[in-house]
Design a protein around this ligand. Structure first.
Ligand code: DX5
Ligand code: ZN
Length: 224
């Protein structure tokens, strides 16, 4: 079985020492760097834009995983791709012409993903799943780091995993929000492929050990 991926979210990094934090993550087993773009409209919070993404790209060895929490994301696909995005995910709830936007992402050469808010049913992906490289299931209401994991997400992971298996696609399931050592195992058992981790990595006493723990979850005899 392919090992799951770990994606630290820089939303929880120390922005006064962003380069230091990025270089520190380079020394771990982390796979993707999760980059949250928030516009203050689709979500109540504003994070940062393409200039910070460029800094991340320059200083990170990881796959750059951009999560657009913005209205009408089709306006910015090209800009974030040029700034360094390897994966670009848009919200189902923010796209009127989702199929077109997914093709637009693919045309840039990036991997394309759709993110679902906690209340948005998996079944709504039924007619687009074959086109998706990844699905981000939000396990908190998007907008802020450090929130509590919504447990209903476990059922959604199982449902999405079934859809992916039935349709025989290679879509990855990424879980975003409130993920840490306390719940990673049950999330992976339900069928997740990618764990996003903001606070549980960057606010940990030992962030490198936290990544190690998330990456090696389920390995017998491991205590972190
Ligand atoms: C929330 C963001 C998440 C956030 C996760 O809107 O999409 O990616 O950074 O942070 P934690 O892991 O702290 O919940
Ligand atoms: Zn995110």
């Amino acid at each position: 079985m392919v090992k799951h991926l770990v994606a630290p979210s820089i939303l929880a990094a120390d922005f006064g020492n962003l380069q230091r934090d990025l270089l520190m993550i380079n020394e771990t087993e982390a796979d993707w760097l999760h980059v949250d773009i928030m516009d203050g409209m689709f979500v109540p919070n504003i994070s940062f834009g393409p200039d910070i993404l460029k800094i991340a790209k320059k200083n990170s060895r990881l796959v750059i995983d951009v999560h657009l929490m913005i209205e009408k994301p089709e306006r910015y696909i090209q800009e974030y791709r040029l700034a360094g995005a390897d994966n670009i995910s848009v919200h189902y709830e923010a796209c009127t012409h989702l199929h077109r936007t997914i093709q637009q992402i693919k045309e840039t050469g990036a991997k394309a993903g759709v993110a679902l808010n906690p209340h948005t049913p998996i079944q709504l992906l039924s007619d687009i799943i074959e086109d998706l490289d990844l699905v981000i299931l939000m396990s908190v209401n998007p907008g802020f780091g450090g929130q509590k994991f919504i447990y209903q997400t476990i059922n959604k992971i199982k449902e999405l995993k079934n859809m992916i298996t039935e349709r025989n696609t290679s879509t990855l399931i990424e879980i975003d929000g409130g993920v840490g050592l306390q719940n990673a195992e049950v999330i992976l058992q339900a069928g997740a492929d990618v764990l996003v981790a903001g606070n549980s990595v960057f606010k940990a006493e030992n962030p490198k050990l936290a990544v190690y723990g998330l990456k090696n979850i389920g390995v017998k005899g491991l205590y972190v």
